[in-house]
Design a binder for this molecule. Structure first.
Ligand SMILES: [Mg+2]
Length: 432
């Protein structure tokens, strides 16, 4: 069994005056308290019991804890701290949490993330080190705890707020510990996990990189940003998302372009090189007949990189339409994102529209009254798959483009795999 410790006692001084009346862990984001996102993450991973420390405005947090317990989503137990104990001190004060547990997840509830905790806990179970630290790619490594990993993802150095960061991989304030390691930390008499405890685990802890959404909401600016992002990252959790996905709309199949619908040509900029993949047009015809809106969603970083103009892209799509029409097929709409990425990790949401961000799918759903929960995303890259999942759709990875069956990357749990678009259409239609 896995249990959890939610570190939620932070004063939130940088969020004053907001935190003069509510605790930081309950600041509202898209209509829900921040803590609620963590309760949802824990419950979704099958974690049934968690401790939470309280300090400022403890009575407000107590009310929230009562509502969670009444809902049956999770059993939350309050650990009140009249004086803040420090993160390691909170572990010490809750040492018995490890009783009956195989592992303990420790979460700084100051952050907002859409992390899937289940594969994290699985990963921790599979390696032999006593601690796993979740890592994210920090935009400002000097403000974070920065690690270096070896080839086995073992953390070989860890420095808080380094002057000269050796990587951009930063401590996300989320750990999985063996029960024995949790007890050992409780016995240390330390104050802060980051400064006093984690350096002692260098060489015997692993890093788990979360490429999805992660943000510290410690400042007004960061909170505003998180509120903006939440509508996109947590579509099912926000009011706009609910109204879009309420089942009133039509089902759609969102299609990646290169390697899915047409042959993959790196940074395609010549309409003469557009070639439909075998069976792709016929698949569109079948999907449309079955009532699916077929919507193209394509990352076009070539525009952001200055290698392609919007006019040229429109010529390419006119050629694509012409070839589809020759088979009696048509796309209902085309959405593209011109943004060039800063990094090369296809699992990182750098911009809401660029896949793996779900922005294009959400916009299409809002503009065309599509039912995301009844819709699918089909593409040849992990970023396609994640964009679909991030939008609340089901996803299928096809092997007709850049991802071959032999070299498939780790995929999110709910992803299906098919040889090509024709096979993917078969899967979609067989589920009707
Ligand atoms: Mg592609």
């Amino acid at each position: 069994m896995t249990k959890a410790l939610l570190l939620a006692g932070g004063l939130g001084t940088r969020l004053r005056p907001l935190t003069e009346t509510i605790p930081k862990c309950l600041v509202p984001i898209a209509g829900r308290p921040l803590l609620d996102y963590w309760v949802e993450r824990l419950a979704a991973a099958g974690i049934a019991e968690a401790r939470i420390n309280t300090h400022a405005h403890a009575e407000r947090v107590r009310d929230y804890i009562g509502s969670v317990n009444a809902s049956g989503r999770l059993r939350l137990v309050e650990a009140h701290e009249p004086e803040l104990l420090g993160s390691a001190g909170t572990v010490a004060a809750n040492a018995e949490l490890a009783d009956g547990a195989e592992s303990v997840v420790i979460v700084y509830a100051d952050n907002l993330s859409d992390i899937d905790l289940r594969p994290l806990v699985d990963y921790h179970r599979r390696h032999e080190d006593p601690l796993t630290m979740v890592l994210f790619r920090a935009p400002d490594p000097r403000a974070c705890g920065i690690v270096e990993l070896d080839a086995q993802h073992r953390i070989v150095s860890f420095v808080e707020k380094p002057e000269q960061p050796k990587s951009e991989l930063a401590n996300a304030g989320l750990y999985v510990l063996d029960a024995a390691a949790y007890r050992a930390i409780a016995a240390m008499g330390a104050f802060d996990l980051g400064f006093d405890v984690l350096p002692r685990f260098v060489g015997r802890m692993r890093g788990w990189v979360w490429g999805g959404y992660f943000r510290d909401v410690g400042t007004h600016e960061a909170l505003e940003r998180a509120r903006h992002d939440a509508a996109v990252v947590f579509p099912a959790a926000t009011r706009t998302g609910r109204s879009v996905g309420a089942g009133a709309g039509r089902p759609a199949v969102f299609l990646d372009r290169d390697g899915t619908l047409i042959e993959h040509v790196p940074y395609l900029s010549d309409p003469a090189l557009v070639r439909l993949l075998p069976g792709a047009a016929e698949a569109l015809v079948r999907l449309r007949r079955a009532g699916f809106a077929c919507v193209l969603v394509t990352n076009q970083s070539a525009i952001g990189r200055g290698m392609l103009t919007v006019e040229r892209l429109e010529e390419i799509h006119a050629e694509l339409d012409r070839q589809l029409a020759a088979h009696g097929a048509a796309l209902e709409a085309v959405y593209y994102c011109p943004v060039a990425p800063g990094g090369d990790d296809r699992t990182v949401v750098e911009c809401p529209d660029r896949k793996p961000g779900p922005g294009m799918l959400l916009r299409a759903a809002a503009e065309r009254r599509l039912d995301l929960a009844a819709s699918w995303m089909v593409g040849d890259l992990v970023s396609d798959v994640m964009a679909g999942l991030n939008a609340g759709c089901r996803s299928i990875l096809v092997h007709s483009g850049q991802t071959t069956a032999a070299a498939a990357p780790p995929l999110p749990g709910r992803t299906l795999v098919a040889a090509d678009l024709a096979a993917a259409a078969e899967v979609i239609l067989s589920g009707q």
